[in-house]
Design a protein around this ligand. Sequence first.
Ligand SMILES: C[S@@+](CC[C@H](N)C(=O)[O-])C[C@H]1O[C@@H](n2cnc3c(N)ncnc32)[C@H](O)[C@@H]1O
Length: 411
Amino acid sequence: MPVELTVTGVANGGWCVARHDGRVVFVRHALPGERVLAEITEETSRFLRADAVEILEPSPDRVTPPCPFSGPGRCGGCDWQHASLDAQRRMKADVVAEQLRRLAGIDWKVVVEEVPGAPDGLGWRTRVQFAVDRDGSAGLRRHRSHDVEHIDRCLIAHPAVEEIGAETRDWRGAAAVEVVAASGGDRAVIVEPLPHRRAAVPDVDASVLLDEGRRGTRALSGQASLVERVGGRDFRVTASGFWQVHPGAAETLLDAVLGFGEPKEGEWALDLYCGAGLFAAGLASAVGSSGAVLGIESEPQAVQDARLNLRDLPQAQVERGRVEEALDRLDIQTADLVVADPPRAGLGRPVVDRVAGLDASRIVYVSCDPATLARDISWFAGHGYRMTALRAFDQYPMTHHVECVALLVKE
Ligand SMILES: C[S@@+](CC[C@H](N)C(=O)[O-])C[C@H]1O[C@@H](n2cnc3c(N)ncnc32)[C@H](O)[C@@H]1O
């Protein structure tokens, strides 16, 4: 039985907020200011989750979703197809501001900036993971479900991903398929076979890799790595490894990191969670041969990539390890500048305490989760670091995700 809700605001994770019978309702497919009829999809003692199924009073920010596969019970890949791009950015700004206020006690006017390369918010995703059904057809997962939504194309996927036509191929024997398109023009298809099954190798205009679980990926045809181009520099990136998925993101983030960090000739800088060495390369060029940069990264393939990508910059070194242990193992006691770009879980208390102890004058924190960013900023504040600048980027249009770069300065 649908319930009537008045939607009051937006919450982290692609949800709007309403109240029903004294409980908070996290509601999808709605917008702040709307009155909607909603189906309850989950109930706990503290809150409800719901899908808006009928809009009684629409917001002026509502648009017809460009994608026909979005909506209640359908594809879970996007959260905000029904909102104008401007409204999506305002909602993301509200979420970042709310996390900073609630978790770090900071009042900040947040502006979410467009990332060049996808003016309509479509056609940007250069890495798409498709789930494969029992009958071998690929689609995308429904929201909070293992069910597969069959689609004929994904509108947020980059055209070079869509050219592979993953949605119409026969993937019998596979559990999942990932298609990656690099800015250098290379493409890869990574096939994850079902347990004890042989997945068919598709005839595609791309490298084909087999995902061998903990043993990593193995190239069945073509190259196992791709070339990404940023500001005239080529980066080799293992196809299954981390690289920003929006074509304008790597350059935008590199500019933001260098703009905030202002690395100077002769300085000693750390690039924590360095991936294939994107920020380390920019830092190394700036500190020059009289300075030094150390990248720390846990994924062996990414470490190999980063070492290769930085081979013309001998002032940059890369160490393999988890940041949690590597700083101690390498006896790192100081730094002039620290750049940290951790996964969604953020740095966590022990790493915050350890990094703060290096006494760097600037810490540039790159984050894809405003909640863990705000939490870590509050811990840094306990060590005398204050956030003095923040940029937020709409790096994942149509979804709730937002990328932030924060500058923390030692008081
Ligand atoms: C968000 S990515 C950032 C990569 C790089 N800065 C870039 O922009 O391309 C995070 C990276 O941290 C690595 N990583 C995850 N956990 C780690 C840990 N505990 N210690 C070191 N690296 C880790 C991942 O393998 C990944 O390459």
